[in-house]
Structures are given as C-alpha cells and as structure tokens.
Write a protein that binds this ligand. Structure first.
Ligand SMILES: CC(C)(COP(=O)(O)OP(=O)(O)OC[C@H]1O[C@@H](n2cnc3c(N)ncnc32)[C@H](O)[C@@H]1OP(=O)(O)O)[C@@H](O)C(=O)NCCC(=O)NCCS
Length: 233
C-alpha cells in the first residue's frame, strides 16, 4: 500500500466513516446505573465505543493504548464513556502532529479520546470522567497534563474550570483534526477537583444516572493502585 497522507490516516487513527459501526438507536431507560473503573486493556466493546463515537471519523486502537489507562464508565456490561490517560512522553499528540506539537516542558501525562456513547450524552458523564481522570493523574504524582480539543469544543469552559489553558496555536493532527492544545499544571488543583467531583455526582443523580466505583481507582474510591510506566522510562 502506498503510504500517501490519506492512507496514513486510515492506518494510524482507524477506519474510514463507511466502515464504522452503526450507532444504536435503542434508548436507554433511566435511571442509568453507571460504574466507573480504570482499565489497562482496550477490550473489543471499548474499541467499538471508540469507533462509533466521533461524528466525522472512526478512531481505532493505536500503539498508545497498550501503555495507557482508560477511565471507563460502564452501564451494565457495556462501556458508555471513556477517557484515555497516557503517561509520557512519548505522546500521541506529538506523533499525530508529525512533531509540530511540542508539549510544555515537564508535561508527563496526556489525555485523549474522551468519548461518551451517543445515547448517554448530556448526563454529565464526560465531565465526571474528566474529573476522575485528573484526580487519578494527581494521585499518581504526575504533574502536568496535555490534551487537545476542537477550538469550539462544547465542554471547553468546563475544561477551563478544571485548570486547562490554551497552549500555543491550534495544530492539525493526523491531517484531519484541527485542535487547540491545552495544558494543566496539577499543583494544588486536586482540592478543587475533589469538590467538583462531589458537585457533579449530585448533578448526575439529578439527571437520572447513578454512579458506583469499580477497579483501578485509588484508595479514595476503594480500588487498587496500578503501575504502568511510559516506554523508555
Ligand atoms: C463531547 C462528549 C464527550 C461530551 O459527552 P457528555 O457526556 O455528553 O458531556 P457532559 O454531559 O459531561 O457535558 C459536558 C458539557 O459540555 C457541554 N455540552 C455537551 N454536549 C453539548 C451539546 N450537545 N450542546 C451544547 N453543550 C454541550 C455542556 O456545557 C455540558 O455541561 P452541562 O450539560 O452541565 O451544561 C460527547 O459529546 C462525545 O463523545 N462526542 C464525540 C467525541 C468527541 O468529540 N470528543 C471530544 C474530545 S476528543
């Protein structure tokens, strides 16, 4: 196969739209019982969720999944939301930008692939997964996080409320995803995140979802700690 730019997209970030799985249309009944866990393997069901979640593209597994943690919301046995945490460097964002994205000095973790099942949106699952992810990152002693979002990403104000700020100019990732890099120094923010967490738990309940906690979360949530080191460290 000739490796022109277009084919590289298909190889590296997944499959084209025509091969992405159909979105289900079966509505979920409320209350939705959610369980949050941190997974070290991207299962077939998690992969299917990722493939269906982006409107304009289907993102598949990549080399970064193997050394990432996936903060996952489950409804019964089905994953309905995920955020990928990748200790680094190396970072997927650098790889996807062909080197044009240069992370801030000291960046030691990356958050990517934030997705929620189309039938489970607007319950606050993304917000909750992001708060949980940031607390998890802080609990591992990591200090500086990077991510990238569409410049008019609907939850950008929320990310700002967590402490993320724009870092540099928007970058074209993998030839199709134009995104604004954002960065967050963890510092003393876990205190803020812990109070936001309590607030969002209550709000999710008001919207018709209930949350419990599964494996991989740290001792604050009764789960086991996990180690996964960046390659080369
Ligand atoms: C973006 C996405 C993860 C949001 O998931 P979600 O669980 O519905 O988000 P939440 O319910 O936590 O909402 C987060 C906030 O974003 C904003 N928001 C989310 N969806 C919105 C919409 N359709 N219209 C307007 N605002 C929206 C709101 O401010 C919302 O908070 P609020 O409901 O308290 O006002 C989900 O829509 C998705 O998976 N999209 C496709 C993948 C993607 O684009 N990911 C982006 C990160 S790479």
């Amino acid at each position: 196969m000739a490796l022109d730019g277009t084919e590289r997209i298909a190889l590296r970030v997944g499959v084209r739209n025509e091969t992405r799985p159909e979105k289900r249309t079966r509505p979920l009944s409320t209350p939705i019982d959610l369980r949050i866990s941190v997974e070290t393997a991207l299962t077939q069901a998690m992969r299917a969720l990722r493939l269906m979640s982006y409107e304009d593209h289907a993102c598949d597994r990549d080399a970064f999944d193997e050394r990432s943690f996936h903060v996952t919301a489950w409804h019964r046995d089905e994953p309905v939301g995920m955020v990928r945490i990748t200790p680094g460097p190396p970072f997927a964002l650098v790889d996807w930008s062909g080197g044009s994205f240069i992370p801030p000095v000291g960046a030691d973790v990356e958050l990517t692939r934030g997705i929620v099942h189309p039938e489970c949106r607007r319950f606050g699952i993304y917000k909750f997964l992001m708060i949980e992810s940031m607390l998890w990152v802080a609990g591992r002693g990591l200090e500086s996080a990077v991510a990238a979002v569409n410049p008019d990403f609907q939850a950008k104000a929320f990310l700002s409320s967590l402490g993320f700020v724009d870092y540099g100019a928007p970058v074209l990732f993998d030839h199709y995803f134009f995104a604004q890099p954002i960065a967050c120094v963890i510092g003393s923010r876990p205190q803020l995140w812990a109070s936001l967490r309590a607030e969002h738990l209550a709000r999710i309940g008001e919207r018709g979802a209930r949350i419990s906690f599964g494996g991989g979360l740290d001792s604050r949530h009764g789960g086991a700690a996990m180690e996964r080191r960046p390659s080369g460290s």
